[in-house]
Design a protein around this ligand. Structure first.
Ligand code: SF4
Length: 738
């Protein structure tokens, strides 16, 4: 108990009130910063997706009244998608969380002061830890938070409160890419710059519907003057596939076999870069032996791709000088997502398509700060992309932060899925959820609903009180949103961008950063974070934490450096401080990777069976993905913008092929039940040939979808396999309830 008790100090309401005043004075909570004049234009990067577009907030009387895309930013060049244009519209919603709320077991919510809320948080968490140990409490964060807040959250939870188990919603979208890069390159290092989209001769998009998921990147594809072929590998005829010069409509989850088959053909035809492989890679011979089994006959049988298509794709990759491979969730959200991503990396290594303009095995991230989360959330990796298991890394972090190395755990703790399992087992009794909505977004969410009732204490820190998860919270802490606080994001191409407050948070909502400060003080961990007075101070810590790492941005002195340069991609080490970065930089142009031998590795494994294939009882495969460019994830925000609501169907729907529709007596617009072994969803049917016979598609944005998905996981990344499970569809009689 002494180790735990040492984290605590007596809590006094008076000291909290003083702390609130100190923090308020320190960085202008609730105020548009002084350096914005009452009527001006303020730049900030967008708070939705990982593209990282820059927007201009138009300020009138000290309050943002409109947004427009920044004309000269090297990411978006004066354009934005509907979500970016409408980003302010979601901030004035009536269901913003404006005061702390406590909820009793009968569901009655009661308003409390911040002082009471923090006291309840500390008191109840402390009691659970005293009774059951620190492993009885876990936390879940979000790639929507700025890096400073993520680092504070993870550091407070692990070093300050002594917790071990925490994860983030980035586990749901990017974990497989992270593991793939780490194992192949020695660090989680997406190598590209967006300019590569404009410089490729052949672009291969894999499981990526860029036209709606990353519309600004799609625009950059359309600007490419060198493009000879646009290949889309996707089971569906997506908006992006419609524009492809070659659409490879493979069977769902046969991608790994396809990539090994392509490698087989490249080797057989001699279309590989012997010099690059010899100088810059390891494991080639074993990889070549592995793919020898993946003959065209094997591959066409497993994937359903015609021989001519397979040969044409191999020829395009093997005979073009600048080939880039881009993937998103169609690869990552799979039971073998890590190996599939590594097979894509292998194709790039095999052909020397890396480190040059227009090349690369390029994973595009989802959330606006997934990349910041990957490096600094202090969950999967120790701060700055370090390893919890490495004693030298723990010492480095302890020294930079001025803390006792004993406070740093020597393992990364449980993953999201393992945290859920630990709740089932009764080992985890309290959960602190910040900026995410697991009761909508987690795979097979029906299971989770009952599960959250088992928790002794659920704390939700969110900008809305209405999310499925917030409604279950014993304690709701109202958080400021994007546009109401300072911080920095890192986008998919490793570019740091700045967000800033351009309006006041509503009511008593506070930036997450401030909430963490209050909790740290009340917990007795305040001294550990005294130098984290505000996000800019925290950024200084992040710079130091990055120093000497592959993601080194110690040469970025402050937020003004970032804004002046139009964003700065890492690496940007200290010796570059003050100089002007080129607008676009890619990694590995020197052929040196981050493994000790400087070489990239071929990593591979035999393809496995799909965890839940279609069968007689459930004869259709359910695919999931994004619906429109106007929807974001669980629609927590986008559903609040009237303009966006007009751009997508209000109700959940399922896309079904005309042949299947006819077989089951379904017409477009009619209500149907989609049923899996986990649950049933009543949705509208959309009869369309964009899905193949035997497959149906539902957008991820509707709460119905994850009633159906099957909780299978990649064994290396522990990422959920959202993309394919077995279902059946039938017309919904009006009398039958869901
Ligand atoms: S593409 Fe992404 S970053 Fe750009 S405006 Fe749209 S949501 Fe924002």
């Amino acid at each position: 108990m002494s180790g735990i008790a040492s984290f605590f100090r007596p809590f006094s309401r008076r000291s909290l009130a003083a702390e609130l005043r100190r923090v308020d004075a320190g960085h202008g909570i609730g105020q548009v910063p002084a350096r914005l004049s009452p009527d001006t234009i303020a730049p900030l990067v967008c708070g939705y997706c990982s593209t990282g577009c820059a927007l201009l907030a138009h300020i009138r009387n000290g309050h943002a009244v409109n947004l427009s895309p920044a004309p000269h930013y090297p990411v978006n060049h004066g354009t934005a998608c509907p979500k970016g244009w409408q980003a302010l519209a979601v901030l004035d919603s009536a269901d913003r969380a404006t005061v702390p709320l406590v909820q009793d077991r009968r569901g009655h919510r009661r308003r409390v002061s911040w002082g009471e809320a923090i006291e309840i948080f500390v008191g109840r968490m402390r009691r659970i830890i005293m009774e059951h140990g620190p492993d009885a409490v876990a936390f879940l964060g979000s790639g929507q938070l700025p890096t400073e807040e993520l680092a504070f959250f993870g550091s407070l939870a692990k070093f300050g409160m002594g917790l071990r188990h925490g994860d983030g919603n980035t586990r749901q979208c990017m974990a497989s890419a992270v593991v793939a890069y780490k194992e192949c390159f020695g660090f989680d290092a997406p190598p590209y710059t967006y300019a590569d989209l404009e410089e490729s001769e052949v672009i291969v998009l894999i499981g990526a519907n860029l036209a709606i998921a990353h519309p600004i990147l799609w625009r950059r594809v359309l600007r490419n003057q060198h493009l000879r072929a646009l290949v889309v590998i996707d089971p569906r005829t997506t908006e992006t596939a419609l524009a492809a010069t070659l659409h490879v409509a493979l069977r769902p989850k046969s991608d790994l076999v396809l990539f090994y088959g392509l490698a087989h053909l490249l080797l057989r035809q001699g279309w590989y870069d012997r010099a690059f492989i010899a100088a810059h890679t390891s494991g080639f011979e074993a990889f070549a032996a592995h793919v020898a089994e993946y003959s065209p006959e094997v591959v066409t049988a497993a994937t359903g791709v015609e021989l001519q298509t397979l040969l044409e794709l191999a020829r395009l990759i093997g005979t073009s000088r600048r080939v880039s491979f881009w993937w998103t969730m169609g690869i990552n959200q799979s039971y073998e997502g890590t190996r599939a991503a590594q097979a894509i990396i292998a194709l790039a290594l095999l052909t020397g398509n890396i480190g040059r303009p227009g090349t690369g095995p390029n994973s595009i991230t989802g959330q606006c700060n997934a990349m910041g989360s990957r490096l600094f959330a202090n969950t999967t990796c120790l701060l700055g992309g370090r390893d919890f298991r490495n004693p030298a890394h723990r010492l480095e972090v302890a020294e930079i932060l001025g803390i006792d190395p004993q406070r740093i755990p020597d393992t990364p703790g449980l993953s999201y899925a393992e945290i859920v399992e630990a709740i089932v087992a009764g080992h985890i009794r309290a959960l602190w959820v910040v900026g995410t909505n697991p009761l909508h977004s987690w795979i097979n969410r029906s299971d989770l609903e009952g599960l959250f009732d088992r928790l002794e204490f659920l704390v939700v820190q969110d900008m809305y009180h209405s999310t499925e998860t917030a409604q279950r919270a014993d304690l709701l802490l109202p958080a400021a949103a994007w546009g109401e606080k300072w911080g920095s994001f890192i986008n998919s191409e490793r570019r740091l961008g700045v967000i800033r407050p351009v309006r006041r948070p509503p009511g008593e909502a506070l930036p997450d950063f401030s909430i963490f400060q209050h909790i740290a003080e009340a917990w007795g961990a305040g001294p550990m974070f005294r130098s984290w007075r505000n996000p800019q101070d925290a950024f200084t810590r992040l710079r130091e934490l990055s120093r000497g790492q592959p993601c080194d941005f110690s040469g970025v002195r402050d937020y003004e450096d970032i804004e002046r340069a139009g964003g700065i991609q890492w690496p940007w080490p200290a010796d570059k401080a003050g100089s002007e970065p080129e607008p676009h930089r890619r990694l590995f142009s020197d052929g040196k990777f981050f493994h000790p031998d400087g070489k990239a590795r071929f990593v591979f494994e035999a393809a496995r069976e799909m965890p839940e294939a279609a069968d007689e009882a459930y004869p259709l495969l359910l695919l999931t993905g994004r619906g429109t460019a106007a929807q974001w994830h669980t629609q927590t925000r986008t559903s609040k913008a009237p303009v966006l609501r007009r751009l997508y169907p209000a109700d959940a729907y399922v896309e079904i092929h005309p042949d299947d529709a006819q077989r089951y007596g379904i017409t477009s617009g009619c209500e149907v039940f989609v049923e899996s072994r986990r649950g049933k969803a009543r949705v509208r049917a959309s009869v369309t040939p964009t899905v193949r016979p035997g497959q149906v598609f539902m957008p991820m944005h509707y709460v119905e979808t994850n009633r159906l998905t099957h909780a299978a996981f990649d064994p290396y990344s522990r990422q959920p396999s959202y993309k394919a499970c077995a279902v059946r569809v039938r017309p919904a009689p009006s009398w039958e309830e869901e």
